[in-house]
Write a protein that binds this ligand. Structure first.
Ligand code: ADP
Ligand code: GLC
Length: 476
């Protein structure tokens, strides 16, 4: 295929190397999706401690002498088919723990750590490297928010920039006194540019300087104009409205495929799903005549996990059961364990992160619950659609854009794919679970909705075309 252009993608996470959430899935999926559109993409992330043993097999392509207290070296190599660039700066990234926090909480120098990532991305994009010069720099979330700003304030070299907001709740705040240290111009310290409630904010810096802003669903793009979703940045979104678009994430349909599971099934032949359900019930010691629901999620306030203790008792009384896989807020973890203790044989909880188990859960369950307060896109409801594991979701953000509620009209028209509810509270959620039970009791309708769900297009094709069109508009 003819090459339409080149993109340097910069982020803090990328599957299969490092993941704390859906950001990593999306950053890891975009290169293959865009290759199909003629756009070549390389991905730059930090070489965290657990990635450093990969560097031996890679080639040095960039050296940055003065990177906030030490040198940075960028290595290039193909990892699992991805054209990866790893920024090795041991003084910033060779640390115990996750990408953003160590044993004692968030790293004190996160602003500098990710400014360094953004600085290197902007410099490499501007100059080109390794015989390769990008047309576009694509920055993801607050961690890469300074990258478009460095292009804007230190020279773009003809490179266009895109900022994708995966979650506006994480904004990357730094004190105003760090403006010189963060290599940003003092003249730009005013509310129309870098200043944010008296400080600095890397996400805002990206939002005011990037040529285009995207977020990961059309509904979230619209929601961001409102204070309850914009979280302080709604005015910035409004000022840039002409350059903002919502492009829905896809999922990797080769990885998330019921045909490829150990007990394979398809919309035409669902026996494998029944076997997977039976195996799941044995694995978790649950017995459920009604719908068997799952939750696969970070356990946080965003995800509405605190509502489960309010709705699960009635759901169990109506014949339902729930298996929960997740980790996060200790209070929520304890609340989930409490549910398990209260409803043995009906509720089971696994605290932790387990990719293989999540596949078994989507294969065997009847429904997946996603009661988020806000959800920029969300991936698990789309896995649910693929697997005929009906999504029960709050009608916000990408959840609203991907699930068609089983209303009487949608059922009559034969287009329903799940159950949606609004607002995100225990009353509406409980009502949705009652509807799920009724739907499950009507085998013929259930099978119909399952078939619709499994036929839904959740792949990357359409979204990749939208990104390619956006990039096309930035080629100089
Ligand atoms: P977010 O990025 O806000 O956490 P998404 O739905 O976009 O939400 O992405 C979450 C991703 O992480 C999905 O791929 C989901 O399957 C996965 N995930 C979340 N928690 C777990 C877990 N405990 N075990 C396995 N996978 C998980
Ligand atoms: C964020 C959002 C989630 C989205 C993901 C990938 O983590 O919380 O809704 O699916 O990014 O874009």
């Amino acid at each position: 295929m003819e090459i339409r252009g080149r993109v340097l993608s910069v982020a803090s996470e990328c599957v299969p190397l490092i993941k704390t959430g859906g950001l990593a899935d999306v950053v890891g999926a975009l290169p293959a999706a865009l290759a199909g559109q003629g756009w070549q993409m390389r991905v730059l992330i930090p070489a965290y401690r657990r990635l450093r043993d990969r560097l031996d097999a890679m080639d040095e392509v960039w050296r940055e002498p003065n990177l906030w207290g030490g040198e940075g070296v960028v290595y290039a190599g193909v990892i699992d088919g991805l054209d990866m660039l790893l920024l090795d700066a041991p003084h910033l990234f060779d640390r115990e723990g996750g990408p953003y926090s160590g044993p004692g909480g968030d790293w004190w120098d996160n602003a500098q750590r990710f400014a360094a990532l953004s600085w290197v991305a902007a410099r490499m994009a501007r100059a080109g490297f390794d015989g390769w010069k990008p047309d576009v720099l694509h920055a993801h979330d607050w961690q890469a928010g300074f990258a478009p700003a460095y292009l804007a304030y230190h020279g773009s070299g003809g490179v266009g920039s895109v900022l994708t907001i995966h979650n506006i709740a994480f904004q990357g705040w730094a004190p105003a006194a760090q403006i010189d240290d963060l290599r940003l111009p003092r003249e730009a310290f005013h509310p129309g540019a870098l200043e944010y409630f008296g400080g600095l904010c890397s996400l805002k810096a990206g939002m005011v300087t990037a040529d285009r802003i995207t977020t990961v669903s059309p509904t979230y793009a619209a929601e961001l104009l409102r204070p309850e979703f914009g979280m302080g940045l709604e005015g910035v979104i409004r000022a840039r409205a002409a350059d903002v678009s919502g492009i829905l994430n896809g999922v990797d349909i080769a990885v998330w495929s019921p045909e490829a599971e150990p007990m394979p099934y398809s919309a035409k032949k669902m026996t494998g799903k029944a076997a997977a359900r039976a195996a799941l019930c044995v694995e978790f010691g649950v017995q459920v005549a009604g719908p068997l629901a799952i939750v696969v999620s970070r356990l946080t306030d965003q995800k509405g996990i605190d509502l489960l203790p309010q709705v699960v008792p009635d759901f169990v009384a109506a014949g339902g059961g729930v298996i929960i896989l997740g980790s996060g807020d200790p209070a929520l973890e304890a609340a989930m364990r409490g549910l398990e203790a209260r409803f043995p044989g009906r509720v089971a909880v696994r605290i932790g992160y387990d990719e293989a188990l999540s596949h078994r859960l989507f294969s065997g369950a009847d429904a997946v619950l996603v009661p988020s307060r806000f959800e920029p896109c969300g991936l698990t409801q789309m896995y649910g659609l693929r697997y005929g594991t009906l999504p029960v979701v709050a009608a916000v953000g990408g959840l609203a854009d991907t699930v068609i509620h089983a209303s009487p009209a949608a059922l009559r028209a034969g287009v329903a794919t799940g159950v949606t509810f609004h607002p995100t509270d225990a009353v509406a959620f409980g009502q949705a679970l009652r509807q799920l039970c009724a739907l499950h009791a009507d085998a013929k309708t259930w099978a119909r909705v399952q078939a619709n769900a499994m036929a839904a297009d959740v792949g990357w094709q359409a979204s990749a075309a939208a990104y390619a069109a956006l990039y096309d508009g930035l080629v100089r």
